[in-house]
Design a protein around this ligand. Sequence first.
Ligand code: NDP
Length: 289
Amino acid sequence: MSAQLLDGKFFASQIKEETRRKIEILKQQYDITPGLTVVIVGENPASQIYVANKHKTSLELGVNSQVIRLPEQVSKEELLTVIAGLNQDPAVHGILVQLPLPEHIKPYESEILEAIQPVKDVDGFHPVNVGKLATGQEELVPCTPHGCIRLLELADLPIKGKRAVVLGRSNIVGKPMFHLLLARHATVTVCHSRTQDLAAITREADILVAAIGKPKFVTGDMVKPGAVVIDVGINRVGDKKIVGDVDFDAVKEVASAITPVPGGVGVLTIAMLLYNTVKAAQIQHKVQV
Ligand code: NDP
C-alpha cells in the first residue's frame, strides 16, 4: 500500500486564506490591523531563518509585523523591560519570544514567557493558556500541535473514537497534542523515553503522532496497517538534509496517510501563528469574525 501524502503546503494555504479573509474583515469593519512582534535574542542561524519566515508570512497576510533584535548578551531585566513595553502597546496583539534563548538567560525561560500577557501569548505557552487548553477552552493553542489537528480536520480524517498515540511529552508539542486529540474524543496514549515496549503501543494507533526529535525512529513494523501518521520531527542529518522522526519510505507502505518532512507539519506552524495573532486581536478587542 502507498499512503496518501498529506501536503502541508496545501493545507497551510487554506488556513492562510481563511486568516487573510478575517484580517480583511477586522480592517474594514473594525479598523483593527492585527499586530505581531517577534523578539529575537542573539544570532542563532536557525532562529534567524524562522523569524524571517514569520515576518514574510505576516506581511503577506496583511499583519502589522515587527521584529525586535536584541544583542546576544542582553540581560534578563532588559528583555523583561522590552516585553513589558509590548504588553502595554495596543498596536501589538501578539508577542513571540523566539526560542532557544542564549545560555545565560535560558534558566529564566519560564519567567520570560510568563511575562507576556496571556491574551498576547500567540505561542500558547503561558500557564494561563496551558490551563485553558487542559480544561477544554481552546483560545491561544501552541501552533505546531494545533497545525497537526487542523491538518487532520481539513483532510477529513476522523479523530472521534480513534486510538491515538503521541510520541513525546514536551510542553510545546506532546502535551498539547494530547489535549487536542482528547477534546476531539480520541482515546489517547502519550509515550516518552521511559515507555516500555513502545512498538506494541504504537502498533495500536489509528493516529500516530511522532514528536521526539530522533531521525527515522518510527519504522514500518511499529505502525498499524492503515494508520494515519503525523511526523512532527525536524532532524538535521549531514550538512543540509532534514528528516523527520518517521522512516518515511518504509512507513508510507504501511500507513493510509502520512505527512512528509520537510513539507508537512513545519509549514503549518507559521500558518497557525498568524491564525493565533488574529485570534489574539479578536480577544483583545472583544470582537468575533
Ligand atoms: P523535546 O526534546 O522537548 O521532547 C522530546 C520528547 O520525546 C520527550 O518527551 C522525550 O521523552 C521523548 N523521547 C525522546 N527519545 C525518546 C524515545 N527513544 N522513545 C520515546 N520517547 C522519546 O522535543 P520537542 O517536543 O520540542 O520536539 C520534538 C521534535 O519536533 C523535534 O524534532 C523538533 O525539532 C520538532 N519540532 C517541530 C516543530 C515544527 O514546526 N514542525 C515545532 C517544534 C518541534 P522524555 O520526556 O522522557 O525525555
